[in-house]
Design a protein around this ligand. Structure first.
Ligand code: ZN
Length: 429
């Protein structure tokens, strides 16, 4: 959901110079959230030193800037460190016109942070959150699901939310047609994932003012899946209306990979968990991963059933790297769902028609053999993004050419224009 970029930890240990502290006033709303509004007019760092602890910070400006700013804090060993953060000119969820850094989550609670704004000037709102650390022993190998078709194991809300304010009722159920992939735009080096989820929850509920964390699910770099929004008895957690898709949350389920995937790729473990989570949901709700559906209903534009946040909103999310991986993730989630018995309502079972396509992979020439006789057979071939790239009629058992570049494709076979089979086709050099 977060739209901004964090360019990683700077590990330089720079001694802090004596800062001429600017006047500011801290407003403490409750034990979990405080904020400061201050005008930055000179190049001196701002030191925030209050009689409170905080575990994460987000800075919000009134205008965009490409200039980086530095956040000095203490590491677990007591040494000073700097985070470098960039402001994005992309609006955060539902907050058009806000220019803010991604949420910066600290490894340990901080008493004092030093903000070096460099040449940035103007009004800044500083959001400070405090999620009391909890025992991390629940971080086990929950993601090792024995049956790949089962719902993946997950960390429950009650575990990760311990000691934080409850989400607000009532929740609303929604019939899911679109699975939306996000990144958190947060750190790729954090290892205390529960701490990160707790702080995202505070950002969403305390500062953004939402009723709960925005996503239905979050996935940590070690593959752990966290349940996101608490359904509060209204429906299954994957059918709860979220807050992650620029106000068009109807008929969506939001999954957030924790980290910044503009330039870096998510870990294999995180992608593994994502694929199996998506496959489980595809099968559960009989969603065609390669299909498109109007969004919002009934007259919105066509949106891929499995998509990234940027496909529907003005944002970089889920990052260039992760976005480029979505077609492959889609193909694999679809394959897993198919192998788990997903048969889409408008398609007859592959077994009834006895379809074989060979060779597959091919070099462009294929033969389709079909056990049953069918009339007016045709083939539609789609790119993995769901765009139609080729269609042809064909005669079973006679080779024909598919004149496409090497790559992975999705195809449907039709009888009298009614689809009866779909699968993946690979074309090689
Ligand atoms: Zn997003």
């Amino acid at each position: 959901m977060k739209l901004n970029r964090l360019y990683g930890l700077i590990t330089l240990i720079i001694p802090f110079f004596i800062a001429a502290q600017q006047n500011y006033k801290l407003t403490k709303l409750n034990n979990f959230y405080s904020f400061i509004s201050v005008e930055i007019s000179n190049n001196e760092p701002l030191v925030i030193s209050e009689n409170i602890l905080f575990t994460s910070i987000k800075l919000e400006f009134q205008q965009p800037t490409e200039l980086p700013l530095k956040i000095g804090y203490k590491k677990t060993d007591g040494s000073q460190n700097y985070l470098t953060a960039h402001i994005s000119d992309h609006a955060d969820e539902g907050f058009n016109g806000s220019f803010s850094t991604p949420l910066q989550v600290f490894e340990i609670p901080q008493k004092e942070v030093k903000l070096d704004f460099g040449n940035i000037k103007g009004y800044v709102k500083i959001h400070l959150f405090y999620a009391k650390p909890i025992n991390g022993s629940i971080v086990s190998n929950l993601n090792k699901t024995t049956n790949p078709c089962d719902k993946p194991q997950m960390i429950s809300y009650t575990e990760w939310r311990a000691g934080l304010p409850d989400p607000k009722p009532p929740k609303e159920a929604t019939e899911v047609e679109h699975l939306v992939v996000h990144h958190s735009a947060g750190s790729n080096t954090d290892t205390n994932y529960i701490n990160t989820v707790r702080n995202i929850y505070l950002l969403h509920t305390q500062s953004n003012g939402w009723d709960d964390i925005g996503y239905n699910f979050l996935i940590a770099p070690n593959g752990l899946i966290f349940k996101g929004r608490d359904p509060q008895g209204v429906a299954d957690e994957d059918n709860i209306l979220g807050a992650h898709f620029c106000g068009k949350n109807q008929n969506t389920m939001g999954v957030c990979l924790m980290g910044d995937f503009m330039n870096a790729r998510p870990t294999e473990k995180a992608v593994f968990s994502l694929k199996y989570l998506l496959a489980w949901k595809l099968k559960k709700d009989r969603i065609n991963a390669f299909g498109q559906t109007n969004h919002p209903k009934p007259s919105g534009s066509l949106l891929n059933n499995l998509c990234g946040h940027r496909d529907g909103c003005s944002t970089d999310c889920p990052g260039d790297s992760l976005y480029a991986m979505l077609p492959k993730i889609k193909a694999e989630a679809s394959r897993i769902a198919d192998s788990c018995g997903l048969t889409l309502s408008h398609l007859n079972s592959i077994k009834n028609k006895g379809v074989t396509i060979f060779p597959n992979p091919s070099q462009g020439f294929v033969t389709l053999s079909i056990n049953n006789s069918i009339s007016n057979p045709s083939m539609m071939v789609y790119g993995l993004a769901g765009n139609l790239v080729f269609h042809t009629s064909f005669t079973p058992n006679i080779p024909f050419e598919i004149p496409l570049c090497p790559g992975l494709y999705f195809y449907k076979l039709l009888e009298n224009k009614a689809p009866f089979h779909q699968s993946i086709l690979k074309i090689e050099q």
